[in-house]
Design a protein. Structure first.
Lengths: 345, 347
């Protein structure tokens, strides 16, 4: 697929109608089923969804790191870093020269479990130096100096000594800092953060979120922040995309998503979260049923069997189009407009 | 089993009472695996859980909250202390002094639900075997009776009785958690310790299972020890809450009191750290950042174990270990509990 129109000047990443399928013995799993979103320069896009919503697989498609059994079934991913050249990522092979130039250099990545992303047999310093030498052409000494600076920047205690430590010698929070240092080592235009605080304790999580916000403000990089935690997304994101069963069901600014959600799924999820210091009654409101298994996705709107507002004959027949609102908010629901009026009435 | 006259004293409304509980794990090192020290995983923990209440235990990893639950069910042997439990018969027993055989009998009254619904169920057993296993072990009923009981238990936890012969892999995480709950309920326990029971579940499923636990509590008069690191969840489900840090209880209070006005700086820090699904609130909130990370339990800080991270620490905190003491009808382990004006979360 080729780029149909040019990217606006402020655009950094454009994900357009991306499909990723997994052929399995039991049938075809459409893990990503027409996902579109964009990221502008310097913004933090939060992507929330429950497990199986396709949020991580979409990110892997961007990074060209899909599992080997994945089939890309269409869509276009375009990326234009600060240096100005444009990459059509969806057309690139996972190990092509161009991709290796983008990954690590223009797109940094951090994951939930640093232990699996960092090499256990190389010191933290070596791993960061290797990246800097490769992408920025520094010599060994200059790279080591920059690596120490990076560790100081992610508030690592005793950065000089840390260079010679191995990942297993660090605590979970410190490993996450080391991975962040590695990810930002080449001043990327985009950081993809996939559940980076999920395995951490709340006090450490708060530290890491603060650090990411500071680094974002200092460097002006954009962040795609993937999480299942609505609290975390409320804290860090400028804009939010809510995903369900391989589709983006709603996108809006963070305030609109939380205070004026337009999609019934967003609304129902937000209601089911216990909030600190808020009396919610003895029973939590729930979403009936469960996320359907990926081999038997309901016809029409995939949320219809669980939706309190579903209208038979409409929602279980036709897949809804995206409804756009004047404020830029968009929801994939037949009745998004009516629901919005009901909320404001 | 027990001499009535020597029965330990327990207030009428208390189901289980933990007193001065200690658990020290040895540290071995070197070629000969000689013991070179010990980790005080649990250091002097005392708490009472009342009949029919939900007692929440919160803390970060390494705080010892799971170890407390395991000690209460004697999955670990304790180093010191006592655990008094009121049996269905009305007798009060000190669990810490029971033999393995006596303990096995006790376990029908005390059960546990685990976090990971994937690893806590044997994949080679079907639901009938899994949920029926406790019944078989305790010799309750014939095969037909066990089958009926298991079918009933499945209904109680919201699973279809037709699933009797299916294996765990056929179920989602939330359903597996329900299988674990059915198994725990099999012998009609009065006390259930739920260790991070909904932490691994998605938001919508966690809410369903929390509601189930609350329904079961009403239906069967259960008493819960609810262990979690999720403050929102613990606030929702608990009547009273204990906050743990490095093997010690820092504060015990009624849920409402704890959240509206914490008395321990660690409690305040925990609450302030949790990002809320409320962007404007997050921006307006004073974020108290605690420095550093939880200390190594093998080498805990002197004095108050929280002092290196505490924004209010003074000289006394470095030298003198604070006791867990009553303050304003609650219990707090801080020298300055009366003086500090700590912020809660708005009710």
């Amino acid at each position: 697929m080729t780029a149909s129109h040019s990217m606006p000047a402020e655009r950094l990443l454009d994900v357009e109608d991306v499909h990723v399928h997994f052929p399995m013995r039991e049938g075809l799993v459409k893990a990503v089923n027409g996902v579109s979103y964009h990221v502008d320069k310097g913004e933090v896009l939060g992507i929330v969804g429950e497990s199986g919503s396709g949020k991580s697989i979409t990110a892997r498609a961007i990074m060209r790191l899909l599992p080997r059994n994945a089939r890309e079934a269409g869509g276009c991913i375009r990326f234009r870093p600060r240096t100005g050249e444009e990459f059509e990522l969806s057309a690139l092979e996972r190990n092509s020269r161009a991709v290796r130039q983008v990954r690590g250099r223009h797109i940094g990545m951090i994951f939930q479990e640093p232990m699996t992303a960092l090499s256990p047999v190389h010191s933290i310093g070596d791993q960061i130096c290797r990246t800097i030498q490769l992408h920025m052409g520094f010599d060994r000494q200059a790279a080591r100096k920059r690596a120490a600076e990076l560790l100081a920047r992610v508030r690592m205690p005793r950065p000089q000594q840390m260079l010679d430590n191995y990942p297993h010698q660090l605590s979970g929070g410190m490993r996450q800092r080391a991975m962040i240092a590695l990810a930002i080592s080449c001043d990327p235009s985009l950081l993809i953060a996939d559940e980076p605080t999920t395995a951490l304790d709340v006090t450490t999580e708060a530290q890491i979120l603060e650090l990411l916000k500071e680094l974002q403000a200092e460097t002006g990089m954009a962040i795609v922040f993937i999480t299942h935690n609505f609290g975390v997304v409320a804290d860090i994101a400028d804009r939010v995309a809510v995903m369900y069963l391989g589709r983006v069901v709603e996108t809006a600014t963070v305030d609109d998503v939380f205070y004026a959600p337009k999609h019934p799924y967003t609304k129902a999820l937000l209601n089911s979260i216990p909030r600190l210091g808020v009396e919610q009654g003895r029973r939590l409101p729930t979403i009936p049923g469960m996320v359907p298994d990926p081999f038997s996705v309901p016809a029409g709107c995939s949320f219809n069997p669980r939706c309190a507002h579903a209208v038979p004959g409409v929602c279980d027949v036709t897949a809804p189009e995206q409804h756009r609102f004047a404020n830029g908010q968009a929801a994939r629901c037949h009745f998004a407009e009516q629901l919005a009026e009901a909320v404001h009435a | 089993m027990l001499d009535k006259a020597n029965m330990p004293a327990l207030a009428d409304d208390v189901l289980i009472s933990v007193r001065n509980l200690k658990k020290h794990f040895p540290i071995h090192a070197g070629w000969l695996r000689r013991q070179i020290g010990e980790v005080k995983a649990i250091d002097d923990v005392s708490l009472d859980i009342r009949k029919g209440e939900t007692f929440g235990l919160v803390g970060e990893s390494g705080s010892g909250k799971s170890t407390v639950a395991r000690l209460m069910l004697r999955a670990y042997t304790l180093t010191d202390g006592s655990i008094l439990f009121r049996r269905g018969s009305g007798d009060v027993v000190d669990i810490s002094s029971l033999s393995e055989r006596q303990m096995r009998e006790m376990r029908s009254e005390m059960q546990m639900i685990f976090q990971d619904p994937y690893s806590s169920l044997n994949p080679r057993m079907n639901l009938l075997e899994l949920v029926g296993e406790p019944l078989v072990i305790h010799g309750v009923g014939s095969r037909a009776e066990i089958r009926d009981r298991v079918a009933e238990l499945l209904r109680v936890v919201g699973l279809r009785p037709e699933f009797l012969l299916r294996y765990p892999h056929a179920f989602s995480g939330g359903q597996r958690q329900r299988i674990g709950i059915a198994r725990a309920l099999a012998l009609n326990p009065s006390f259930i310790a739920a260790d991070e029971a909904v932490s691994a579940l998605d938001v919508s499923v966690a809410a369903q299972n929390i509601n189930l636990l609350q329904d079961l509590q009403e239906q069967f008069g259960l008493t819960y020890l609810f262990i979690t690191h999720d403050l929102g969840m613990v606030e929702h489900i608990s009547d009273r809450i204990g906050v743990m840090y490095l093997g010690r209880l820092m504060e015990i209070a009624q849920t409402k009191d704890l959240f509206s006005k914490p008395l321990h700086p660690y409690t305040e820090a925990l609450m302030a750290s949790v990002p809320q699904p409320d962007p404007r609130g997050n921006r307006a909130r004073k974020r108290i950042q605690v420095k550093g990370e939880i200390a190594n339990p093998a080498n805990p800080p002197s004095g108050c174990t929280f002092h290196p991270r505490c924004p209010y620490a003074q000289e006394r905190c470095r030298t003198e270990v604070p006791a867990l003491r009553p303050v304003a009808g609650r219990q707090v382990r801080c020298h300055f509990a009366e003086e500090l004006e700590l912020a809660g979360v708005a009710a």
